[in-house]
Every structure is written in C-alpha cells, then in structure tokens.
Ligand binder design. Sequence first.
Ligand code: FAD
Length: 421
Amino acid sequence: MGVLRQEDLGSFDVAIVGAGPIGAACAYEAAGRGAGVAVLEATAGWGSECADASAGWVCPSFAGPFVRRSELLAATRWLARPDSPLAIRASPRLLPWLWTLLRRSDPRRVEEVARILGDLATASARLHRALTQEGVDTGWRASGLLDVYSNRHDYEAGCAHAAAQGEAGLRAESVDPGQIPSLPAAAAPPAGAILYPDEAVCPPSQFVEALGAAAERRGAVLLPGRRAIYMERTSNGVRLHAAQGVVRAETVVICAGAATPLLVGRRARVPIVGGRGYAFEVPRPRPVDEPGPLVYLHEQRIAVTPWTDAIRFAGTLELGYADGPPKGRRVAGISRGARRAFPDLEWQRAKPVRSGARPCTPDGLPVVGRLDRDGKVIVAAGHAMLGLTLAPITGALVGGLLEGGSSPDPTLRALSHRRFE
Ligand SMILES: Cc1cc2nc3c(=O)[nH]c(=O)nc-3n(C[C@H](O)[C@H](O)[C@H](O)COP(=O)(O)OP(=O)(O)OC[C@H]3O[C@@H](n4cnc5c(N)ncnc54)[C@H](O)[C@@H]3O)c2cc1C
C-alpha cells in the first residue's frame, strides 16, 4: 500500500485559513506588523462565494443583531411562504443554535449587541476610508443610503431608529424621495424615506482582491486550492494539515466563515451556522456617471446597490439550507420586489444569481479572540450580514492579538467564544 506524501508548504509566523474579507484583512494587518504570513484558501484565490454575493454595503446604520426575537416571532408568518425573505430548516445542528438565539435575545442584551456592533462598524467605516488613503483601491465610494418604506407604521419605527442613530453620531434625515434624481418613480415610497448621507459601498470582490494583493505586497503568501483539514498542536506552534500539504506556524487564525466550526472541532463551542442569501445584477439601459445612493426596500428586505452600469439586488436569509440548491421561488421573491421598484432596467439581460452562506452566530456578534490560553489558535468569524463592513476593524483586532498583549479590551471580551460556554 502506498503512503500519501504530504508536501511541506513551509514555516510561517502566522497561517490564516480563508481568503474571504476577514482573512484578507487579517493578512493585511499581520503582514503590516512584520509577520511572515501564509493564507490557505480552499478555492482558487482571494474572494469567497459569500463576499461575491454581498451587497457591498459599509453601513454602520444597519449594524445590529441580524434578527431580533420579536422579528423572529413575527417572521413565523413568513415561514410557510416559499418566496419570503426568511426561511428556517430545522436540523439537529440548527435547533441548539435557535435555542441559544431565543435565550440571548431579551431586549437588554439585544440593545447591548446593537451598541457593540454600531461602535465596531463606525470604527471600521473609518478604516475603510483610511485604506483608500493608503493606496489600496477597494472601490470604496461615499454613496449614502436611502431607507425607503411603503408602510407608515414601519416608517415611524424607522424614524425612531434614525433618531437613536443620530444620538450615536450617525447623521440621518427624513427626505422627499422625489428629490433623489437616481431613484425611479416606482421606487419612491408611499410612506417615507430616511437618508443616511455618510454610508458607503465597495464592490465586494474588488475589496477582497485589492486587500489581498496589498497583503501580498507586504509579504503575505497566498496558498490557493489548499483546504485546511485539521490542526495539530506542537511544542512551539501548530501544524496545519491541508489538502496534500502541511504548514507549520507559530499561530493559526481561522477565518473560514460558515465553515469555521468544522476546523475548530471540539476545541471550543463556536456556534456558527450558514445563513444563505442571494444576489443578482441587472444592467442599466445605459451607464451613468453618478450611480446614486444605496437603497433599502425596507418591507421587502431587499438591498439595492447601484453601480454605474448595473444595479445589484440582494436579500433573503435561509438558515439551515447552505448545502442544497438555490431556492428558485425565493430568488423570484427578490426579483418581483426589485422589478416593481426598478422597472426600467434590462431585465431580460439579468446576470446569473450568486448565493453565499453568511456566517451567523446566534447573538449576532462575531467571534474574535484566542481559542486557547497561549493564543496559538485565534478565531475571527461569524460576521453574518456585516463581514465586509467589519473586515478592517477585525483585522486590526486580530493584529493586536498577534502582538500578544494580554488584552483587557472590553470589546474583545464581548466577542470571545467563552460567552457560549
Ligand atoms: C446576499 C448577501 C448580502 C450581503 N451583503 C453584505 C453587505 O452589504 N455588507 C456587509 O458588510 N456584508 C454583507 N454580507 C455578508 C458578508 O458577505 C459576509 O459576512 C462575509 O463574506 C464573511 O466573511 P468571512 O471572510 O468571514 O467568510 P467568507 O466570506 O465565507 O470567506 C471564508 C473563506 O474561507 C474559505 N474556507 C472555508 N473553509 C476553509 C478551509 N477549511 N480551508 C481553507 N479555506 C477555507 C472559503 O472558501 C472562503 O473563501 C452579505 C452576504 C450575503 C450572502
């Protein structure tokens, strides 16, 4: 019987698993601190399915727990509808996760999560802008975001949310949508609209590729086509066994999105499940110079991202479906709402649908921190709807951990996996 030889892929200070937005940001920060970095990616290069399906928003005003208990209960009416924006397929893995969600979603805790995510997103939005000033061409654009409502009751709740955001320092104003030239008449909401003028956007694939390339310029090495399979602790670090190869590293950072629990294994409880969403783009009849603000069709839960030559529509949260084929009727649900609001696009030339599994924890906060006492294994995952927004701040937090401080930082305490023990 032949023995399968494993290639020695080298020895590094830091091995990062996953080349999505979080892995790219961690690589950029780690290499910037002078560490020798390898990034193992199961697929062909920088970028991920999930990021490719993203709406690209960098929007602190939307940073909150991705689902609140009241919404979850109200959404039970959606569950029977095959075209609804929320679906849950109960499975043995999902049930304990849902139970944790229900236990941890009392209003006090939800407000605390919203505050932490808001602070992280605001800090991260500043870092997004700083990246462009450092010459990393992520495609960042100060777009503004228009939150549009067709229902008066929802609009009033939106105004209360905007007022609270204002107290936290985010500008928001009620606007007459007729004054937004890029908004088609059919999308002008009967109930009202709120403009968040400081929000921004990045083409998501460009963000990851540009940050990955910048990390490589700082000396990081990308190892594509290398799925990490398991980790083995050694006296001075970690041996990371990957597809036909082994990497030796002083520290491993796991940024594997929804697949993170597979690699963490029994080391710790990191309850992340995939929350699948869909996105597709429809060309404009002719390119425009000013794409205009992002739009959220509030009641339909559809995120609209205008580019110069096309508009991207994204939505849906399917918990427990990550592995099956895309659900055509749910995509049709997004398509119907989008087409009603933006009828003048070239719908017959709509591009194929992309789907991606958002890495979701039950309380809506990511898990960022050391898994073991000596800090040889770090995890940075579970950013749900906010991975692109929070990538730069996550990279900075991981960079701090790699520098080895004992870290009394209260934010890191809140993000620790220990909250699930
Ligand atoms: C429809 C939709 C819209 C979204 N819109 C937004 C938005 O507007 N703004 C925003 O901030 N976020 C948005 N998101 C969320 C965002 O895309 C995710 O939070 C983000 O992609 C998570 O980044 P990540 O790097 O943690 O994981 P991922 O993007 O999933 O990347 C993980 C990478 O790890 C690799 N990997 C996994 N396991 C292994 C292994 N064992 N070995 C090697 N490699 C491995 C995967 O191949 C993948 O490339 C959206 C997501 C969806 C689906």
